[in-house]
Structure formats: structure tokens, C-alpha cells
Design a protein around this ligand. Structure first.
Ligand SMILES: Cc1ncc(COP(=O)(O)O)c(C=O)c1O
Length: 414
């Protein structure tokens, strides 16, 4: 069963706000877990969906071609690179499944490498790749396909320098290659350029550069899971653009159609062309309504949208750093664009998990919706609709300030 972060009954969404059945408004810094990046009920997206509704609701991409699918695929290719092709599906997990199936199919190898504290979904394959919480794997262990995990650099909770931390993780990868899975048997390395569920940890650039080099050396496909970090969340269309690194395959979902289920496997043509017709597919993937919404989303992001994300994100970060000065229990402020988080640790570095739960509860009482993340649930992630204004940030900071203050009095730094 799904676990719910709140007990709210929501009847309407507009911009950065949700309204419950009693008419109470909530500032939504969860955005349906990073989905409604253009804001709830964005009028441009709604209009595109309405228009499409009268033309074609379903055609089936296994059956026919239709313009909304082609238009969105072309728009994505234009933005990611002309040497890529797109395959649409419905969810983040489904896109990741597709990306890995592509890698297995074209390399004719069976090895999969992913990272500790990663999250890639809840289907059997993606649960096997996920390593952020044993709960996702409990009772399924026997049938999860083998995936080998390596540490993801966490420069915020180590005494090592960034360089040393990167080297430590790469040494683990070397060890896996040496002891368990030869590079010649490895189909793909799957990585989130900014770990989401794992704690909003941006990968150090050197780490991704080295992964790219290793993949090139051994003919391994580098897959970027940009399900959470994509679609303007970090201030660029995709987080990869902060690093200047092109993966062989990129997966996208969440914000791609601003709330209509849609996901994409965006893979290099040289591999997509080798993926045999019928080797993958699905009934609802690339639904016309979703594709129409997706096209509208990209049009919106072609304006000054991403600049806005960068500006508001920088403003928010400074405000959070000020809060950190006031509350030393905030051990770090980190992130890119509006994919920002604050981690809570007690003196000596122990995760302040109970405190984070209390802060979220207090914030909700003041009508601010917040989510946590991190393997110890001791990180608050800010994942608002990207259309928020500085005034929304000010409001959230004021609520956060009082929530942290009163929570500290109640639970201490536990
Ligand atoms: C990085 C990442 N990958 C994959 C997924 C799974 O996406 P979905 O829930 O749409 O299957 C998520 C969802 O939170 C995610 O954050």
C-alpha cells in the first residue's frame, strides 16, 4: 500500500497552492513529489489538454502514429541532442525498466550497477536497483534481479575532501569490477545526477566525468535517471546540463507533463536503432493527452522559466543558510535550482530524524506541505512548483523558522 505524507483531502490546486475540502489553502512545497513543476492547473497546460481531448484521447503507440507524440519526441530530441531518440511510457519506474532493458538488449550483457542510497522505482527491477530503504525490498528479495551497488559520494557527511570521497566511491566500483562483475559483463551503470530520495545529493562533477570515462572504456551504457532531477527542477531542463555530460540513455517522468502520467526513455540513436521492434512496448505509453501536456510544458520552459528557477532557488538557498546560522542542528544546505534540501544532525553527527518529523508536522499545521528524504529521513527537501515567487519562499521560511524553533523545544535535537 502507498504511504501518504499527510492526511489532507484536496479538492483543488492552483499555482503553488492546494485547497482542502474545508476550503483551507496550503502552500505546496511537495508538488505531488516534484511533478507539477509549472504549477497546479497551469492554464497553458490545461488548454493544451482540453484541445487534444477533442481530437484524440488514445491511439496506442503500438498501433498508429499521432501528431502529439511525434511533436513531443521531436521537441525533446531538439533539446537533448539530434543523436537521440525517444520512447514514451507512463511512469518513472517504467522508463527506468525500459532504459535497462535497452542496455541489456543492445550490449547482450546482463550486469547492472547502481548506487547506494539511490531510488529508481518500485517495480521488481527498479526496486532491485533502489538502495535507499530496505522497506522497498522487504519480502521481495528472492525475486529481485541481481544489481551491484556502489557508494554514491556524500561530501556533506564525510571528513574526506570531495576528491577523496569521489576516489573512495570509484575504488568501490573498481572492486566490484574486480571481485564480482567484470566490466565486459556489465550492461549499464544507472545513476541519478542528483540523488533524490537518497537526500538531495548533487553528484560531484568529477564523479560523473569518471563514470562517463569508465563506460566509454568498457562499452557500458551510462544511464542517467532524471525522473526527479529533470524538467527544470535544478534550473536547467536536465541536471546533466550542469555537468556538461551526455549519458547514453536518460530517463524522464514526473514533471514531463505537469501531472498527466508520462515518462520517456531518451537514448542515443545508435542504441535505440538496435533495440528490436517489439522488444519493448506498452498500451498507454505516450498517450495523446499526456504528450499534448508535455509539449505545452516545454513551450513554457522555453521562456524565462529556467532563469526564474535559478533566481528563486538562489534566493531560497541564501534564506536557508541564514536559518542554518540560527539553528546549528541544520548540518547542511544543498541542492541545485529548486531541488534544495536541509539536513538535520545533532552534535556529533547523529541524524535528527524525530526532529524532522516534528518540523514537518508543525509546518503542516501552518499550512506548508513539506517532504523529507535521506536514508535516515533526517533531510527536509524543498520541491515546490517551479513558478513560486520570492514571497512564497519568504512565507515558507517564516513557517519553517517557527516550526524548527518550537520543535527543538519539544523534541530537542533527537
Ligand atoms: C529518481 C527517481 N527515479 C524513479 C522514480 C520512480 O518514478 P515513479 O514513481 O513515477 O515510478 C522516482 C520517484 O520518486 C525517482 O525520484
Amino acid at each position: 500500500m502507498a504511504k501518504r505524507a499527510t492526511k489532507l483531502g484536496i479538492v483543488k490546486g492552483q499555482g503553488a497552492y492546494l485547497t482542502d475540502e474545508k476550503g483551507e489553502k496550503y502552500l505546496d512545497f511537495a508538488a505531488g513529489v516534484g511533478v507539477v513543476n509549472c504549477g497546479h492547473n497551469n492554464p497553458i497546460v490545461v488548454e493544451a489538454i482540453e484541445k487534444q481531448l477533442h481530437d484524440l484521447v488514445h491511439g496506442g503507440h503500438n498501433v498508429v502514429y499521432y501528431p502529439s507524440y511525434i511533436e513531443l519526441a521531436e521537441k525533446l530530441v531538439a533539446r537533448v541532442g539530434n543523436d537521440y531518440k525517444v520512447y514514451f511510457s507512463n511512469s518513472g519506474a517504467e522508463a527506468n525498466e525500459g532504459a535497462v532493458k535497452l542496455a541489456l538488449s543492445v550490449t547482450k550483457r546482463s550486469g547492472i550497477i547502481a548506487f547506494n542510497s539511490s531510488f529508481h522505482g518500485r517495480t521488481l527491477l527498479t526496486a532491485a536497483m533502489t538502495a535507499s530503504n530496505a522497506q522497498y525490498r522487504k519480502n521481495y528479495e528472492g525475486v529481485l534481479p541481481p544489481v551491484y551497488h556502489v557508494d554514491f559520494p556524500d561530501i556533506y557527511n564525510t571528513k574526506l575532501s570531495e576528491k577523496e570521497e569521489v576516489a573512495r566511491c570509484l575504488e568501490q566500483l573498481e572492486q566490484v569490477f574486480h571481485n564480482i562483475l567484470a566490466p565486459s559483463q556489465t550492461a549499464c551503470i544507472v545513476v541519478e545526477p542528483v540523488q533524490g530520495e537518497g537526500g538531495y545529493l548533487p553528484a560531484p562533477k568529477e564523479f560523473l566525468v569518471k563514470l562517463r570515462e569508465i563506460c566509454d572504456r568498457f562499452g557500458i551504457l551510462l544511464i542517467f535517471d532524471e525522473v526527479q532531477s529533470g524538467y527544470g527542477r535544478t534550473g536547467n531542463l536536465f541536471a546533466k546540463d550542469h555537468y556538461g555530460i551526455q549519458p547514453d540513455v536518460l530517463t524522464s517522468a514526473k514533471g514531463i507533463a505537469n501531472g498527466i502520467p508520462l515518462s520517456a526513455v531518451i537514448g542515443k540513436k545508435e542504441y535505440m536503432d538496435k533495440w528490436e521492434p517489439g522488444a519493448h512496448g506498452g498500451t498507454f505509453g505516450g498517450n495523446p493527452l499526456a504528450c499534448a501536456a508535455g509539449s505545452a510544458v516545454l513551450d513554457i520552459m522555453d521562456t524565462d522559466f529556467l532563469e526564474h528557477v535559478k533566481t528563486v532557488g538562489a534566493y531560497f538557498t541564501v534564506k536557508l543558510q541564514k536559518l542554518q546560522e540560527k539553528y546549528p542542528v541544520i548540518s547542511s544546505v544543498r541542492g541545485l535550482g529548486l531541488m534544495i534540501a536541509i539536513e538535520f544532525r545533532k552534535d556529533g553527527g547523529k541524524p535528527a530524524t524525530a526532529l524532522v518529523a516534528k518540523v514537518r508536522e508543525k509546518a503542516l499545521q501552518q499550512h506548508l506541505i513539506l517532504l523529507n528524504c535521506g536514508v535516515f529521513h533526517n533531510v527536509i527537501r524543498f520541491i515546490p512548483p517551479l513558478i513560486i515567487e520570492k514571497s512564497d519562499v519568504d512565507k515558507a521560511i517564516a513557517i519553517l523558522d517557527t516550526s524548527i524553533g518550537s520543535s527543538l523545544k519539544e523534541v530537542g535535537e533527537s
